[in-house]
Design a binder for this molecule. Structure first.
Ligand code: G3P
Ligand code: CA
Length: 259
């Protein structure tokens, strides 16, 4: 098992830079992804929407207000209008040239190697044909790609359209109605959708050995988000997760005591 893990990433636990190196750079920008790769992350995570003209925009929020100062609704705005905005200055003047990237631009930052991108579908399954068009030419680098989504149909349709890509279902420990997430049901749904595993929020789940065993017994991969404290890195590494999503990949590397 150790050999297998070592073959998949440079670290025993895969380090996933959340929205790029978002602790130091403006999230979901080329600068944030490049800084993460430069600092030895195993993977980067990004968020993607379909724009009004059927293209892609890499941004976390539904609108552009928080990261650009200008409020445009991503899904009803054309890609070129989104690209014209300054997505860097909010994090510091030195980032003023950063834009809202397209998915293709973000993927192009990824080194040819063992690193990979976790592509989070923030909209619905309507993005799947465009996602497939973009990812299909990278089929020979399938191991460098993963798709993640909270919405069941977005995850299931992605897997159906691209069975050669790993797809993980995202979930937090509480439902929208503030009830605890039913892990047994989530595992059953994930199996029925033929997905590769789960990517879970660290808050609100019980996070004990029994929980991890239940997920492993289903044959699933297991990733967690978002871990920003060294003590939590050690805790989740000890629980045996496959990967840790973090705003600060350097902190995780140091907490794991790895080069
Ligand atoms: O890696 C999953 C995580 O990014 C989900 O939460 O809100 O940061 O997209 P959010
Ligand atoms: Ca995300």
């Amino acid at each position: 098992v150790l050999f297998l893990l070592a073959a998949m990433s440079a670290h025993a636990v895969e380090i996933v830079a959340h929205r790029g190196f978002s602790a130091r750079a403006p999230e979901n920008t080329l600068g944030a992804f490049e800084l993460a790769w430069k600092n030895g992350t195993d993977a980067c995570e990004l968020d993607v929407y379909l724009t009004a003209d059927g293209k892609t925009a890499v941004i976390h929020d539904k609108d552009t207000k928080r990261t650009t100062g200008v409020k445009l609704d991503v899904a009803t705005t054309k890609q070129a209008e989104l690209t014209a905005l300054d997505a860097g200055t909010w994090k510091g003047k030195e980032w003023a040239s950063e834009k809202i990237p397209t998915l293709e631009q973000a993927l192009a930052t990824m080194p040819k190697g063992k690193q990979r991108f976790f592509i989070e579908v923030k909209c619905g399954a309507e993005i799947v044909p465009e996602l497939k068009r973009i990812l299909e030419p990278m089929k020979d680098r399938a191991a460098q790609l993963a798709i993640i989504a909270f919405k069941r149909d977005a995850a299931a349709e992605s897997k159906k359209a691209m069975p050669w890509v790993k797809v993980y279902r995202l979930a937090s420990g509480k439902t929208k109605e503030k009830k605890p997430t039913d892990l047994t049901q989530l595992i059953a749904d994930t199996k029925a959708d033929k997905l590769d595993g789960l990517d879970l929020g660290v808050a609100d789940f019980p996070w004990d050995a029994a929980m991890v065993k239940q997920i492993r017994d289903a044959g699933f991969g297991l990733y967690v988000w978002t871990v920003n404290k060294p003590a939590d890195v050690k805790r989740f590494a000890a629980l045996g997760v496959d990967g840790i999503t973090t705003d600060d990949p350097v902190m995780v590397r140091e907490a794991l005591g790895e080069p």
